[in-house]
Design a protein around this ligand. Structure first.
Ligand SMILES: Nc1ncnc2c1ncn2[C@@H]1O[C@H](COP(=O)(O)OP(=O)(O)O)[C@@H](O)[C@H]1O
Ligand SMILES: [Mg+2]
Length: 249
């Protein structure tokens, strides 16, 4: 087991599930960057499970990197099945961190991952239609979590965020209003967010090979997201809170 001086109290393994019952919000991109974060910043052994039954974009991306002989600091397996919970437990001894890309299409698969999860990240852009899907995803998670003995922390990560900086503050109206809606509904929203940058898109969609850089070598804003993700484990005794957000009907 790799021990990291910066994060001594992580569960072994730390299981992170990325979900939103809606596609195209940045789950796979977030899974890759966070996997890289744990592998490079904390030197953890990291596994990504691509559990998206419809679009195995994580698997394809990983294969493309491998074929181009780009060194990727984590392992990835495709396991788009309702038995994803078994896949997590079966790999638990071999990895320090397991990141599950639960996809957007199957509530069954998402719900199968939740009971094995420590950190559930609900990923959404600022688009109102995507933000509106957060409560149903949360409710599905809550249902699944009732069968778990684990304490599962749930946080919302905002991606593809428009940025209009004024005196060091992002004053984008779309960003502020959607963050406000989420916070008013009681969600724990990551302080750090991921901007809508062409660069993140190119990391996933870009061609790699001949002379191309490793697109995930630079963690960008995901470094801060990762630091925030593990911060509760640095703050002593304060155990993770159970699913306890009041979701308005
Ligand atoms: N922060 C971002 N800024 C710009 N484009 C992004 C960002 N995150 C993801 N994308 C792009 O949006 C699309 C959907 O992202 P993806 O991670 O595949 O979402 P999901 O897994 O939720 O379907 C991809 O083309 C991806 O490259
Ligand atoms: Mg995806």
């Amino acid at each position: 087991m790799t021990t990291s001086a910066t994060a001594p109290n992580l569960p072994e393994p730390l299981v992170i599930t990325l979900g939103n019952l809606k596609g195209g919000v940045g789950k796979t991109t977030s899974a890759f960057f966070l996997a890289s974060y744990f592998a490079t910043v904390h030197e953890h052994r990291v596994l990504v499970i691509d559990a998206d039954p419809l679009s195995q974009t994580g698997y394809s991306w990983y294969r493309r990197l491998r074929q181009a002989e780009v060194s990727v600091p984590f392992d990835l397996i495709a396991f788009p099945s309702r038995h994803v919970g078994d896949c997590i437990t079966d790999n638990g001894a071999k990895y320090d961190v397991i990141v599950v890309d639960a996809g957007g299409e199957s509530a069954d698969i998402f719900k199968a991952a939740v009971p094995e999860t420590d950190e559930l990240i609900l990923v959404t852009s600022v688009s109102p239609s995507e933000v509106k899907r957060v409560p149903s995803t949360y409710r599905a998670a809550e249902e699944a979590a009732s069968e778990s003995s684990k304490a599962i922390r749930v946080r919302v990560l905002m991606t593809k965020v428009p940025v209009t900086m004024k005196s060091g503050v992002n004053v984008s109206t779309e960003y502020r209003s959607q963050r406000g809606n989420l916070e008013d509904a009681g969600y724990d929203v990551f302080e750090s967010y991921v901007s809508g940058w062409k660069w993140y898109r190119e990391a996933a969609d870009g061609e790699v090979g001949d002379g191309a850089e490793n697109p995930i070598e630079d963690l960008g804003e995901y470094r801060r997201v990762g630091d925030e993700l593990i911060s509760p484990y640095l703050a002593a005794a304060d155990g993770p809170a159970r699913l306890a957000v009041e979701v308005p009907a």
